[in-house]
Write a protein that binds this ligand. Structure first.
Ligand SMILES: Cc1cc2nc3c(=O)[nH]c(=O)nc-3n(C[C@H](O)[C@H](O)[C@H](O)COP(=O)(O)OP(=O)(O)OC[C@H]3O[C@@H](n4cnc5c(N)ncnc54)[C@H](O)[C@@H]3O)c2cc1C
Length: 385
């Protein structure tokens, strides 16, 4: 058992419930297992696999199964129990759980000493998955190559493919789709539609210049300042953001990557404890995309911040259960972000936002970051902070 500073255990067999087995939930689980192996952990997540979402766009080249880790394997590796259920919650249920220290789910009462909410943010339009308009969740069930091969094998699907959303997710999918179409010799044209006036608006301007030039080289049509209004009968309906002029273009298939909604975000103090009605819930922590920490640390909706919040919340809930109760504030700043542009190119920043790296260097950084997370899943924590 590793030693956690400022933690003198007060209770064996601590009962901990984690809601959500994404990046934050799994980072918390591995941290608790490391510092308090006798803790009884229940992990609640409706899925049967932990999905390494940051790789989903790569499923045009690799099978989806490469990025899934069955929760049964996680149960075995870390000695926890997985319940394949969704646990709905609201601020009033959180207040009640803090009082009762018990949650009820599927006719079962689960007592807990600590509860960690790590249920992620809602992806807008993610559930779209029928016919000729698809959202992100479609890629959690089938690989990109299966989806496109199946769709394009049908007659009358030669019209262009439209990707909606010029954020990091949309851009990563766009370049993978372009590579897939070219590699498999499909003739469909590709276009990007985005409501912003340039792609990757949350990054330094150099990102947009580099990516837009790469799109031009690959003959990807680009419609900035344009809203998506629907798709029907192989026609996509668009609206010019400045003039409100609506128009249609031929489009066989539309992929929607229109960002995340802040709707499900819970506020927390700098230690990760949930705040409801200005009351700190001492035994309920939150981490990941669904958590907004009131601290100087990063609240970016990134896997990097999700992992750091998950680890911090786990350390703090253990310390809170111990004799000293000295908690650690959340101070993490993201140290970079890399957007991949197909199998051989990428653009990112490292250390400082203006320190932009491109091409193979950026691609290699991304690989290293992903490998670090894989090690964590194998029980080896190489994160310095
Ligand atoms: C295609 C793509 C590429 C990305 N690339 C990068 C990248 O390169 N770098 C980076 O830093 N970030 C990247 N991100 C963002 C990153 O994936 C997220 O920030 C990260 O997944 C957030 O982790 P999380 O644990 O908060 O939520 P998630 O990983 O979304 O996990 C939430 C989990 O909670 C479960 N859940 C939800 N509601 C409930 C409920 N009510 N009860 C029980 N369980 C529930 C879900 O099933 C899910 O398993 C990318 C995202 C996408 C979509």
């Amino acid at each position: 058992m590793a030693v956690l500073p400022f933690y003198i255990s007060n209770k064996k067999n601590l009962k901990i419930v984690i809601v959500g087995g994404g990046y934050a939930g799994i980072a918390a689980l591995t941290t608790i297992a490391r510092y308090q192996p006798s803790a009884e952990i229940t992990l609640i997540d409706p899925k049967i696999d932990h999905i390494k979402i940051t790789h989903l766009h790569e499923t045009f080249r690799y099978p989806l199964t490469d990025f899934l880790i069955p929760f049964t394997d996680i149960e075995q590796e870390f000695g926890c129990r997985h319940l394949p259920l969704e646990l709905p919650f609201s601020e009033s249920t959180l207040l009640q759980w803090e009082r009762d220290k018990t949650i009820s789910i599927n006719n079962e009462s689960i007592p807990f000493d600590y509860l960690l909410i790590a249920s992620g943010a809602l992806n807008n339009n993610a559930d779209q998955g029928s016919g000729d308009v698809m959202g992100l969740n479609a890629f959690m069930k089938h690989s990109g190559s299966e989806i496109l091969n199946q769709f394009l094998s049908k007659p009358g699907t030669e019209a262009p493919i439209s990707v909606i959303g010029g954020g990091a997710t949309g851009i990563q999918f766009l370049f993978e789709i372009e590579h897939f179409l070219r590699y498999h010799k499909y003739k469909n044209k590709l276009r990007l539609i985005d409501s912003g006036d340039q792609v990757l608006k949350q990054f330094p301007d150099r990102f947009a210049r580099y990516v837009e030039a790469a799109m031009k080289n690959l003959n990807i049509e680009y419609y900035p300042t344009t809203y998506f209004r629907g798709q029907q009968h192989s026609q996509i309906r668009l609206e010019d953001k400045k003039t409100s002029h609506q128009f249609e273009l031929p489009s066989s298939l539309t992929f929607l990557f229109s960002g995340k909604s802040q709707g499900s975000v819970l506020k927390a103090n700098a230690f990760g404890q949930v705040i409801v009605d200005q009351q700190i819930l001492q035994h309920i922590f939150v981490a990941g995309d669904c958590a907004y920490y009131q601290s100087i640390g990063s609240n970016a909706l990134t896997a990097q911040s999700a992992v750091r919040k998950g680890k911090l919340a786990a350390r703090n809930l253990l310390r809170h259960s111990g004799l000293l109760k000295i908690l650690e504030p959340y101070l993490h700043r993201d140290i970079g972000y890399v957007v991949s542009l197909g199998p051989a190119d990428a653009i990112g920043w490292l250390a400082l936002e203006n320190n932009v790296v491109t091409g193979l260097a950026a691609y290699t950084i991304k690989e290293i970051v992903e490998a670090q997370y894989d090690l964590l899943l194998a029980g080896i924590d190489t994160y310095l902070l």
